[in-house]
Design a protein around this ligand. Structure first.
Ligand SMILES: Cc1cc2nc3c(=O)[nH]c(=O)nc-3n(C[C@H](O)[C@H](O)[C@H](O)COP(=O)(O)OP(=O)(O)OC[C@H]3O[C@@H](n4cnc5c(N)ncnc54)[C@H](O)[C@@H]3O)c2cc1C
Length: 418
């Protein structure tokens, strides 16, 4: 007797920006999509990020320049990088992999892979924004990275050289041009780099919820529920919910952000997913006349003009999913921001902490699970999940629709960690 067809076509686990973008691309290719979310739509990392389409961000975090700064950063309890003592032993294997990702040959391969991913990210994002009618939510005024010393500016040169080799445009600026790009900067900044291609969204949460509204209008189903397991079946995948329901689908996508590891492990994929916890404060919109996103690379934070306010945030805390937030980190960045923009009004801010889903080599895990070609992983985008969401959706669709992938997917294989 023939087996009955699964009741559902594609189930996407997680309604963060990556799950939503996967739903959009699958729907556009004619698949019927059900998205399952246990909390609010885009209530995870996609809620409060810095809102950048950081298409020029092709360097892994573990470059030799950054690795040299790590000891100093760790000694500063409120610096850009911290590891709570209670989590140090747990994170150690991840740190070893992170350090290895900084070896020169690995950095070269990583930059090439990330560069291809970012070209795809830019074209797929433009297509998704157009299809979902989100054009008015995207600002195209570039970003400005700032340097406090000549030594810091000189140290950034190899990174810009690598970007130039991959066709990324930028302009080093000083003096009047610097002041024109952002009036009101403290005089301590000796130079900057303007990246015109960089874009930001008016607010990342509103952007994601507008995308989900569009998806609903186009027939995508949203179900509330916690997925406890995704298992292979002969004709697809079985998605089990905490309330005991079992959904049978032709395919499933695991896009559960920093929480994806628990769903991937039973499929035979032991992926070293950790979280880089990030913090920010969103000030009222009139807190400063910000012309574009400002990046303070030496301090690990950015300031972004959003429709919902001026967002000051970043930092990396390797503290896992369970430790309570330490909002002193958000306050430390605000104090620095005031020093860098003396006219910034720092009252009335809202604080937030989010879990970046991070792999040690700074590349996401996108591809079929070891257990089944019908179950595809789409997580681990670290600092770049908003930027790479639409490209991830494209690749997920390529896998599930049996199309040749748009780019070489080997560097993003979920099985690359052995
Ligand atoms: C401070 C900060 C600034 C950042 N700035 C930027 C930026 O400027 N540009 C950029 O590109 N990226 C940025 N990022 C990174 C970006 O926010 C993330 O990479 C991205 O949001 C990850 O999206 P996601 O959909 O994978 O995860 P999430 O947004 O976390 O979504 C995962 C969803 O899955 C749901 N879920 C989890 N488990 C289950 C389950 N078992 N059942 C059902 N649902 C489940 C969760 O509830 C959640 O809604 C930043 C991050 C931080 C913290």
């Amino acid at each position: 007797m023939a087996k009955p067809a699964p009741a559902l076509d594609v189930v996407v686990v997680g309604a963060g920006i990556v799950g939503l973008a996967a739903a959009q691309k699958l729907r556009a290719s004619g698949r019927a999509v059900t998205v399952i979310e246990r909390g609010d739509i885009a209530g995870g990392a996609s809620f409060g990020n810095a809102g950048a389409f950081a298409f020029s961000d092709i360097l892994p975090l573990a470059t030799s320049g950054k690795l040299r700064k790590v000891p100093g950063w760790l000694l500063d309890p409120l610096g850009p990088l911290s590891i709570p003592p209670a989590y140090f032993v747990t994170i150690l294997p991840w740190l070893v992999r992170f350090w290895r990702a900084g070896w020169a040959d690995r950095v070269r391969r990583s930059v090439a892979a990330q560069s291809a991913m970012m070209r795809l990210a830019a074209s797929e994002m433009a297509a998704m924004v157009a299809a979902a009618g989100l054009g008015t939510m995207v600002r195209s005024d570039g970003s400005l990275e700032l340097y406090e010393t000549e030594a810091e500016f000189a140290a950034s040169a190899p990174g810009w050289q690598a970007r130039a080799e991959h066709g990324i445009g930028f302009e080093h600026v000083r003096g009047d041009r610097l002041a024109e790009l952002q009036p009101g900067l403290a005089p301590r900044f000796v130079a900057g780099t303007f990246v015109p291609q960089w874009q930001t969204v008016s607010d990342p949460h509103r952007f994601a919820t507008a995308l989900s509204d569009h998806l609903r209008g186009a027939g995508t189903r949203f179900l509330a529920g916690e997925v406890v397991a995704v298992a292979p079946e002969e004709a697809g995948a079985c998605v089990r919910l905490a309330d005991g329901q079992a959904l049978h689908a032709a395919a499933a996508v695991i896009a559960a952000g920093a929480w994806s590891k628990r769903l991937a492990a039973p499929l035979g994929d032991r992926i070293p997913l950790e979280t880089e916890r990030g913090y920010n404060t969103t000030l009222p919109p009139d807190a400063f006349d910000l012309h574009r996103q400002l990046i303070f690379g030496g301090h690990g934070f950015v300031i972004t003009p959003l429709s919902t306010g001026i967002r000051v945030g970043g930092a990396v805390e390797l503290g896992g999913l369970d430790l309570p937030p330490n909002y002193a980190r958000a306050e430390a960045m605000l104090t620095l921001a005031k020093r860098f923009l003396p006219g910034l009004a720092t009252a009335g801010g809202r604080q937030w902490m989010g879990f970046r889903p991070s792999l040690p080599d700074s590349l996401p895990a996108i591809g079929p699970s070891r257990a089944s070609p019908h179950i595809v992983h789409a997580f681990g985008h670290g600092h770049l999940g908003l930027t790479q969401s639409a490209a991830t959706g494209r690749l997920v669709t390529d896998f599930l629709c049996r199309q040749a992938p748009a780019i070489d997917v080997a560097p993003f294989s979920p099985q690359r960690f052995g």
